[in-house]
Design a protein around this ligand. Structure first.
Ligand code: MG
Length: 426
């Protein structure tokens, strides 16, 4: 069984006659509890202990977050608001606000940034931090506990953490600790900790995979631990291999350091300098559309956008704007256009235009659930599916058709090559 907090240090491994102390990695996973719900309760204390749904408020809206009180009724996030309302009629429904959540997300990020040099922001309410080596000075568990206390004290938001030797075990530990608690799994006790849990607790096991495993009679992680790897491979392919390793508590995935400066960008230099506004607008829209798609493809959100103009006299100007986290074209395009309008004020020929998205965090466009309804979300995922298959210029806004070519990009997050049209020429 996993040890009580604060008792684990190094792992003693027998090597020949001697025992060697192996220092394992220490990975902290932090996750704000029902983040949108907690923020709404912070703003309006009357919402404490009440059943609360946050999301699109129209009948076609989607639940972006729900309080623990509603879960007993079978409500979960991603469900249509209409259904959630039927299941839990007494719930208070609040239309979320991406701007507010972005602000609180940044407050928490700043506290973590001040405390640990290496951390990953895997979504707007979730972080991984590498605490390896801190044992010697403070003890990782103590350090993490104090950081958690500080976040709660300074932001008023409940947060949970899991601490272990790798990302996946820490994340599962956080989920077991919730709500508003913490859990440490000592090195060497990962398998024991995971064994009794449902296979559904493994992060990459979605509804479909869960059904397949259930049909095989697999309920607990323990069963996967005892299965031969080959069997999982046979049933679930490459996913099976990954799930099998996770079930054993093995995970080597690295922490991807967060940096506000990390960005994706694209620019276009004209053969002949231009002042054709319609053409410039079309290119801006096409660039934004393409980059937003790149964000979604990499499961990323941006919260800082910039436009760059180089005039024919080679003077270059950039203007940037901090925005609520998003990866949705229909939100980004008007803001990029607005920035361009403010920036383009010299009435000179333009030599180059470019756009950049920075302050990236992991996350999908569910953040914009409040403004959208299911149709819009389905439209995005349908368009992206077509792009994944037929090329990133296979679906375009009419307004961007004027832009004949924009640079093709490799997936900036994993280096995958650009999706190129296989069936027809552009
Ligand atoms: Mg959370």
């Amino acid at each position: 069984m996993y040890l009580p907090a604060g008792k684990g240090r190094f792992v003693a491994k027998k090597q020949g006659e001697n025992y060697k102390l192996i220092m394992t990695k220490t990975v902290l996973h932090l996750d704000l509890d029902t983040f949108y719900v907690s923020v709404e309760r912070l703003i309006d204390a009357r919402l404490q202990n009440r059943a609360l749904l946050v999301g699109g408020t129209s009948d076609r809206g989607v639940v972006a977050a729900c309080s623990y009180e509603t879960r007993a009724f079978g409500v979960h996030s991603g469900m249509s608001m209409k259904m959630a309302r039927q299941l839990c009629p007494e719930a208070i429904i609040i239309r979320g606000n991406a701007g507010t959540y972005t602000k609180y997300s940044k407050d928490v990020t700043d506290i973590i940034k001040a405390d640990v040099p290496l951390f990953e922001k895997s979504s707007i309410d979730e972080f991984y931090a590498d605490l390896t080596g801190m044992d010697r000075f403070f003890g990782c568990y103590k350090y993490a506990s104090e950081m958690r206390k500080r976040i709660i004290r300074e932001t008023g938001l409940p947060i949970s953490f899991g601490l272990s030797a790798n990302k996946v075990v820490s994340k599962i530990a956080t989920n077991e600790a919730k709500p508003n608690n913490q859990l440490k799994i000592d090195s060497g006790f990962e398998k024991e900790f995971l064994a009794p849990l449902s296979v559904k607790k493994i992060p990459m096991v979605g509804d479909k995979t869960y059904q397949i495993l259930r049909n095989l009679g697999v309920r607990q992680i323990k069963t996967i631990q005892e299965m031969p790897l080959e069997m999982m491979q046979k049933v679930l392919g490459a996913n099976g291999t990954s799930i099998w390793h996770k079930a054993q508590g093995i995970d080597n995935s690295p922490i991807i350091p967060y940096s506000e400066r990390k960005s994706i960008s694209t620019e276009r230099t004209f053969d002949r300098d231009t002042i054709d506004m319609q053409r410039l607008q079309a290119i801006l829209i096409a660039m934004t559309e393409n980059m937003a798609y790149q964000l979604r493809r990499g499961d990323k959100l941006t919260s800082c956008i910039a436009v760059k103009i180089r005039y024919s006299d080679f003077n270059t100007y950039t203007k940037q704007l901090k925005i609520p986290y998003t990866s949705a074209d229909h939100i980004l395009i008007p803001q990029i256009q607005e920035l361009f309008k403010k920036l383009y004020n010299r009435r000179l020929l333009v030599r180059l235009i470019g756009i950049r998205f920075s302050h990236l965090a992991g996350g999908n466009y569910q953040i914009n659930l409040f403004d959208d309804n299911e149709e819009v979300l389905h439209l995005y995922s349908a368009m992206d599916k077509i792009r994944n298959r037929y090329g990133d210029r296979s679906v375009l806004r009419a307004a961007s058709l004027g832009a004949k070519t924009i640079g093709r990009m490799v997936n900036p997050f994993n280096g995958e090559p650009p999706v190129v049209l296989a069936h027809r020429k552009q």
